[in-house]
Design a binder for this molecule. Structure first.
Ligand code: CA
Length: 271
């Protein structure tokens, strides 16, 4: 006979009768964090062609602010937290990332997490400042990257805001939530994707030359307008598959939709 003692268990029973047994499993927590790794907190070092974990044409890239608006975190079919929050992933976290949400769940083993990065008119501060939140809310932004690239004494700065919503689903987690216990899951943001030179290749290069060369007025600031004016349709690299993208701003904006991962190198689906 099925007996479900708590409201949470009732919900679970309604969703998956077969999963219920005679015992209330109890409740535990899934503690969700977000982390930009050393690439965002410390920067992406400049290196040589073929180097790993670096910018392959020698530009060293650092971020002063890397703002991300997380609008939803959900264990699909079980529970969700839809409080929109803004995080600055450039702030040091000691390797642990920043807390996003604590989701109460029936004790059990969970293997999937969904999350959304997108603009929200009601976003609150995660670890970001009030000014950061205002920048994202007023600008209708999902992601904002501000920083600099330097090579051989030449400095190029950027401050780019992106509006597109990205939904990451069925992110592969291994969360064993015990009764009264907690498990963790990390939304991992891969900033090096911003510097990829191909939208589809499994082994793109991480480069900055074309971005730097797009500073058409050579004032040291790479603007959105300058990237929009950079036609990539004749580039040997910067392939876009069947997408209707022909300028560098559109290319980088498309890469922004691929930043999200899970628990480090883990992958999500994107509907
Ligand atoms: Ca410029």
């Amino acid at each position: 006979m099925i007996r479900c003692m708590s409201l949470f268990s009732l919900v679970l029973c309604a969703l998956a009768l077969a999963a219920c047994d005679d015992d209330d499993p109890g409740l535990g927590d899934l503690e969700v964090t977000i982390y930009g790794e050393a690439f965002i907190e410390e920067g992406i070092p400049g290196g040589e062609a073929g180097c790993d974990g670096c910018v392959e044409d020698g530009w060293a890239v650092t971020f002063d602010r890397f703002l991300v608006s997380v609008t939803e975190v959900a264990v699909p079919g079980v529970a969700a937290d839809v409080t929109a929050r803004v995080f600055d992933l450039a702030r040091p976290s000691g390797g642990g990332g920043h807390p996003v949400a604590v989701i109460a769940l029936p004790a059990g083993h969970y293997t999937a997490l969904d999350y959304v990065i997108g603009p929200s008119p009601t976003a609150a501060a995660g670890n970001a400042t009030a000014d950061d939140v205002a920048l994202m809310v007023d600008g209708g932004l999902a992601v904002y990257a501000e920083g600099r690239a330097e090579r051989a004494g030449v400095v190029k700065t950027f401050a780019w805001g992106f509006a597109g919503e990205s939904r990451y689903t069925d992110c592969a987690i291994e969360a064993h939530v015990g009764d009264g216990g907690a498990a963790g899951a990390e939304l991992t943001i891969h900033a090096d994707h911003l510097l990829y030179d191909d939208l589809d290749s499994g082994e793109p290069q991480v480069v900055f030359d074309l971005l730097a060369a797009s500073d058409a007025d050579d004032d040291g600031v790479i603007t959105r307008a300058e990237l929009e004016a950079r036609d990539i349709s004749a580039e040997a690299r910067y392939q876009v598959g069947s997408r209707s993208i022909d300028d560098l701003w559109g290319f980088v904006a498309a890469q922004v939709g691929t930043l999200g991962h899970i628990d480090g190198e883990g992958h999500c689906d994107q509907p």
